[in-house]
Design a protein around this ligand. Structure first.
Ligand SMILES: Cc1cc2nc3c(=O)[nH]c(=O)nc-3n(C[C@H](O)[C@H](O)[C@H](O)COP(=O)(O)OP(=O)(O)OC[C@H]3O[C@@H](n4cnc5c(N)ncnc54)[C@H](O)[C@@H]3O)c2cc1C
Length: 357
């Protein structure tokens, strides 16, 4: 089977990697960060894993639930009542025993057990094509060394804009390039805090108790919903929309934390600084895509695939949702197309050999 280079070890890259490694492909995944998961990455609080950004399952997450069944971990999803403050509705919200790291770690085990390799701190800077049609993916490692991977197929899972930036050497039409470049993204800043107590029992708050200006648009009271976890405190997230031109974007984590926490305390004056046990700030440049293209751009060049949430509307045929489920469906779809293509190429090769004999 052929070699495939996958750029990005988020949910989509890992899912493609698992499907293709299981199908016998020689899989190499290049990830610029030092850890897997992308937007779904986790950290430790005490003995528990927890996501850097707030995540949960919904009953309607069909493609993702199918993956958990396939991996035998669907019984690890527990369903909770989630109270949406401001909308006064209760929805069932799913969360993993052991956090989403349970899913990510098991997918990684499936990749490596089937011979796939994952390289971290490997930032892809360029993809070029050789005369024989194969691709060369160049990346820079953390020690500034350059590393090149040659493969028949490439799957890119970062933002469409980053794809355009790294693929300027590829013979792609101007129109395709422009369409991909026009897919703009919103950024997010997220402060995760461990407090001694939570002042609200709502899971997600979009409307706040007082009409104070806040740098965040949403509060996710993780521990108000997932009550049976041992974080040594109560976890909540403050999620803010932030333009990269906004002065806050370039501020230090400490400064942003202070600004977010002080706005939070204006909403809940009973919370004291001494209630804050620990915190972690995450800035995401390409968090949510703004709009979707008019045409299917998931294969902008032969044997090169873009598996990015900005393109998910083409996978399911349904309304684009920007969610894990849509990206899982797109990853399944791209993997299936690639497997079918490889099969038909091999059949043609066999036919050619038989004819020659
Ligand atoms: C605040 C927030 C909350 C969310 N909550 C939910 C939720 O509750 N439920 C839900 O269904 N969805 C949620 N989502 C959406 C969900 O996180 C995403 O749909 C999903 O994780 C996207 O996975 P991905 O693999 O496509 O992209 P990513 O997770 O972005 O992965 C792409 C990877 O590619 C790497 N990469 C990019 N460029 C390069 C390069 N040049 N070289 C090497 N590596 C590169 C990145 O480092 C990253 O690891 C949320 C998103 C946000 C921002």
């Amino acid at each position: 089977m052929s070699k495939v280079t996958i750029i990005g070890a988020g949910l989509s890259g890992l899912l493609c990697g698992m499907r293709l490694a299981k199908a016998g492909f020689n899989v190499v995944i290049l990830e610029e960060l030092t850890y897997p998961g992308g937007l779904l990455a986790s950290t430790h609080i005490g003995s528990e894993y927890i996501e850097l950004l707030p995540h949960h399952f919904r009953r309607t997450d069909k493609a993702l639930t199918a993956v958990t069944k396939e991996l035998g971990i669907d019984n690890k999803i527990k369903w909770y009542d989630g109270f949406w403050y401001g909308r006064a509705s209760r929805k069932k919200i799913g969360y993993f025993e052991g956090g989403f790291a349970t899913l990510i770690n098991l997918i990684i085990t499936n990749i490596t057990d089937n011979g796939g390799k994952i390289f971290y701190s490997a930032s892809v800077s360029e993809i070029t094509q050789k005369e024989d049609g194969s691709y060369v993916t160049s990346c820079v490692l953390s020690d500034s060394r350059k590393y090149e991977v040659e493969s028949r197929y490439v799957i890119f899972t970062g933002s469409c804009r980053t794809f355009v930036n790294v693929s300027h050497g590829l013979p792609m039409s101007m129109n395709t390039r422009d369409q991909l470049m026009n897919l703009t993204y919103q950024s997010r800043i997220c402060l995760m805090m461990v407090l001694k107590k939570l002042p609200s029992d709502a899971y997600i708050q979009r409307k706040f108790p007082t009409k104070t200006d806040t740098p965040f648009a949403r509060i996710v009271n993780h521990s108000a919903c997932f009550t049976d976890r041992n974080y040594g405190g109560q976890v909540l997230y403050l999620v803010g929309k932030c333009q990269i031109s906004d002065p806050l974007w370039v501020e230090s984590d400490q400064k942003v934390m202070e600004e977010y926490f002080s706005a939070y305390r204006k909403l809940y004056p009973l919370i004291k600084k001494s209630d804050l046990k620990s915190w972690r700030l995450t800035k995401v440049r390409y968090a949510v895509s703004d709009h979707y293209p008019d045409t299917d751009l998931t294969e902008p060049l032969e044997n090169v695939y873009v598996c990015s949430s900005a393109l998910t509307s083409f996978a399911t045929g349904s309304e684009p949702e920007k969610r894990m489920d849509s990206i899982a469906a797109l990853a399944n779809d791209i993997s299936a197309r690639l497997i079918a293509k490889e099969k038909s190429t091999n059949e043609h090769k066999e036919e050619a050999i038989i004819t020659a004999i």
